[in-house]
Write a protein that binds this ligand. Structure first.
Ligand code: IPM
Ligand code: MG
Length: 363
């Protein structure tokens, strides 16, 4: 039976890029059935809610969800509980997608686009494992209330032992398959909840003696990421620190437009999305880079659809296209007059990936 993929184009460049990514996926000729649903701003406009019940139900019934991006200025003035981002958070919670994998990999042909010196990022290959369904993002109580002393805003930073243990296991297992090193990031010098984090990660380590475990406070981790990023292999951290550190790590690679992500639950079901957002400022101009969503589709093939060879084929095609000099605007160094590089739009970039797939097949 065909595996079921729920496609959620979403807003901005998410919706713009998705049809091209589907062309690429179809070119692989895999036994996949695609279905589409609304989430984010477009769902607010069409259904009055960022996460319609039908969308969540369809996601539950699918083997994987491929997401474009959600959000945009049009919906920025809505209250927190009605904003497009709430759709994303609701999907993470609804499918229990607790393990967020955010690779920050430098493509050799893009070394010049990093904000750090080329030698600091050459061959960079970091994997940030962010806990995605707990911590301060979901802790209760939360809110803003009016008291005698004026308004008071509050959120709750809470982790249960089992939540820490399960994300730690995912991270240790990934470290085993990669460089064998795991760095856990916390703020154990100030926050009790992260003292517990450090304790539990250390306890779980007993089952993964072959992995080298280290701990860093989050401020130091942020500094080390921009000072000497290659010291890291796998990084595991809570929801909020992971949000911040993954943006830092992404920038080291030179382009947010290149980075995929996976959010997985305990059954291997997952939602796959580019790290970049909906970029409303450039939407609709055929300039968005489709590679992050294409690479997210590759992660989907690998982690949720048991199609690892197809994932490799797709990643190989992306490498080929980059090596051939094609660049969307975001990965073209400003003022570059390098004649081996050619600026292309969203559609041409996707066409080139499809063409490179054909080559890969016949070679
Ligand atoms: C991310 C984003 C989201 C987050 C927002 C859009 C809710 O920044 O996926 O990193 O904070 O998790
Ligand atoms: Mg973020």
């Amino acid at each position: 039976m065909d595996k079921r993929v729920l496609v959620i184009p979403g807003d901005g460049i998410g919706a713009e890029v998705m049809p091209h990514v589907l062309r690429v996926l179809r070119a692989l000729q895999l036994p996949l059935a695609f279905e589409e649903a609304d989430m984010g701003g477009v769902a607010i406009d069409r259904h009055g809610t960022p996460l319609p019940a039908d969308t969540l139900a369809a996601a539950r019934d699918s083997d994987a969800v491929l997401l474009g991006a959600v959000g945009g200025p049009k919906w920025d003035d809505l209250p927190m509980t009605e904003r497009p981002e709430k759709g994303l958070l609701g999907m993470r919670e609804g499918l229990d997608l607790f393990a967020n994998l955010r690779p920050a990999t430098l493509f050799a042909s893009l070394a010049g686009a990093s904000s750090l010196k080329a030698e600091l990022v050459a061959d960079l290959d970091i994997l940030i494992v962010r806990e995605l369904t707990g911590g301060i993002y979901f802790g209760e109580p939360r809110g803003v209330e009016v008291g005698n002393g004026g308004r008071r805003g509050f959120n709750t930073y809470v982790y249960e032992e089992r939540e820490i243990a399960r994300i730690a296991r995912v991270a240790f297992e990934l470290a085993q398959k990669r460089g064998g090193r795991l760095c856990s990031v916390d703020k154990a010098n100030v926050l009790e909840v992260t003292q517990l984090w450090r304790e539990v990660v250390t306890e779980v380590h007993a089952d993964y003696a072959d992995v080298e475990l280290s701990h860093l406070y989050v401020d130091n981790a942020a500094m080390q990421l921009v000072r000497a990023p290659k010291q890291f292999d796998v990084v595991v951290t809570g929801n909020m620190f992971g949000d911040i550190l993954s943006d830092v790590a992404a920038m080291l690679t030179g382009s947010l437009g290149m980075l995929p992500s996976a959010s997985l639950n305990a059954d291997g079901q997952g939602m796959f999305e580019p790290v970049h957002g909906s970029a409303p400022d450039i939407a609709g101009q055929n300039v968005a880079n489709p590679l992050a969503t294409i690479l997210s589709a590759a992660m989907m093939l690998r982690y949720s659809l048991e199609e690892a060879p197809a994932a490799e084929r797709l990643e190989g095609a992306v490498q080929t296209v980059l090596a051939s000099g094609l660049r969307t605007a975001d990965i073209l160094p400003a003022g570059a007059d390098d004649s081996s590089l050619r600026r292309v739009g969203t559609d041409e970039m996707a066409d080139a990936v499809i063409a490179a797939l054909d080559l890969a097949e016949t070679s």
